[in-house]
Design a protein around this ligand. Structure first.
Ligand SMILES: NC(=O)c1ccc[n+]([C@@H]2O[C@H](COP(=O)([O-])OP(=O)(O)OC[C@H]3O[C@@H](n4cnc5c(N)ncnc54)[C@H](O)[C@@H]3O)[C@@H](O)[C@H]2O)c1
Ligand SMILES: [Zn+2]
Length: 346
């Protein structure tokens, strides 16, 4: 079980990190600049810095991290402290799990996605030729430390990216929470983070913990956390060079997969419209050309959740209730993306 601590003041990190006499920090260029540089560290603290961005969540970077750990003479007692967004938590957790057959790691998330989602639950991984999270292991951090102040320097597109995962938590498990999130203010396309936002982060963590606690290796209920991700991951892979965020693609996936739920007669039209309005309030439509739909749909056939040739999807019954292991066809996927495109064009 991961211990989660909510930090109020940056000085608490100093105490936390300095208590380890054998640790290595992993960060990326931005989390170094905006977060690590604020913490007073011992001069001898070992730090590995990698390039920022999803495109670096790959084998080459993983190898670099493991080599650096070795250059630092890290041993089985070394603790890897991941300070960064979802990419750092994912690749750092995997590096820790592999280095000398496994060392302990701690997550200090610095983006909204990482705070609300990626820094706990124990999924780690990297992409393979842009296919999302194709290599990875389940491995829990010993601790996760949340310091919401780190969000102050985060670009708006990354705030929105995390917000998409939070909406997802509400849609699959808690209608009240979802409706509360809809009161979040947005002005000039900017989500305004007020003092209550920390409570939303805590709620998302609780929902995810509750789901993963009973199904760590994703045999059943945990699959519902992949809602929006069958089509979301296909879009992320397809648009990898266009720098679309994970959450932006998941937000689109949420509409498409809700649309399939509607067409299957699972979701009623009211709930569908509530979900669609929520996403279109917070996210600009993703531009998809007609001739791209075929290839995007094909990419869902490569989704890790698939067991055979069918596409294994999460569908929604009501807001707050999801169904897992639902087989959908490539045509249903295509039709849902066509619907999304048409409603965005109009
Ligand atoms: N393991 C899981 O359960 C899980 C869950 C959700 C998402 N994910 C993964 O998380 C990744 C997306 O996460 P992300 O959006 O955090 O991506 P990210 O780690 O790439 O961070 C987004 C950007 O913000 C920068 N950044 C980080 N902290 C900052 C700060 N405080 N101020 C300014 N800039 C900062 C980063 O350098 C990067 O450029 C995807 O790879 C996704 O697959 C994993
Ligand atoms: Zn996600």
């Amino acid at each position: 079980m991961t211990r989660i601590t909510y930090i109020q003041h940056i000085s608490e990190f100093e105490k936390f990190i300095n208590k380890f006499n054998n640790s290595v920090i992993l960060c990326d260029q931005n989390s170094y600049k905006h977060c690590i540089s604020l913490i007073k560290l011992n001069k001898t603290q070992r730090i590995i810095t990698i390039k920022s961005g999803e495109k670096n969540k790959n084998f080459k970077t993983l190898e670099f991290i493991i080599k650096q750990l070795s250059n630092f003479e890290a041993n089985r007692n070394t603790v890897l402290i991941n300070v960064g967004g979802g990419v750092i938590c994912d690749i750092g957790g995997l590096a820790a799990g592999l280095y000398k057959r496994g060392i302990a790691f701690v997550n200090i998330p610095t983006t909204l996605i990482a705070m609300a989602d990626a820094s706990h639950g124990g999924k780690t991984g990297i992409n393979l030729n842009n296919l999302k999270n194709y290599a990875g292991i389940f491995s829990l951090p010993s601790e996760t430390l949340i310091f919401a102040t780190f969000l102050k320097t985060l670009q708006q597109k990354h705030i929105k990216s995390g917000f998409a995962e939070m909406l997802k938590h509400g849609i699959i498990a808690d209608k009240n929470y979802f409706l509360q999130l809809l009161n979040t203010k947005i002005k000039n396309d900017t989500i305004l983070i007020d003092e209550n936002f920390g409570d939303f982060i805590i709620k998302s963590i609780e929902i995810k913990n509750c789901i993963t606690a009973n199904d760590f290796t994703e045999q059943n209920l945990r699959k519902t956390l992949n809602f929006g991700h069958t089509i979301g991951h296909a879009l992320e892979t397809y648009f990898i060079k266009k720098n679309k965020t994970h959450g932006e693609c998941v937000a689109t996936g949420i509409i498409c997969e809700s649309y399939i739920s509607l067409k299957r007669g699972l979701l009623n039209n009211n709930d569908f419209k509530t979900i669609e309005n929520a996403i279109t309030t917070f996210f600009k439509p993703l531009k998809i050309e007609s001739e791209q739909i075929e290839e995007i749909s094909k990419l869902t056939l490569k989704d890790k959740k698939n067991k055979s040739k069918e596409i294994n999807c999460i569908l929604i019954k009501n807001i707050g209730e999801a169904l897992f292991d639902v087989e959908v066809t490539e045509d249903e996927i295509k039709e849902s993306i066509e619907y999304y495109k048409k409603s965005g064009d109009s």
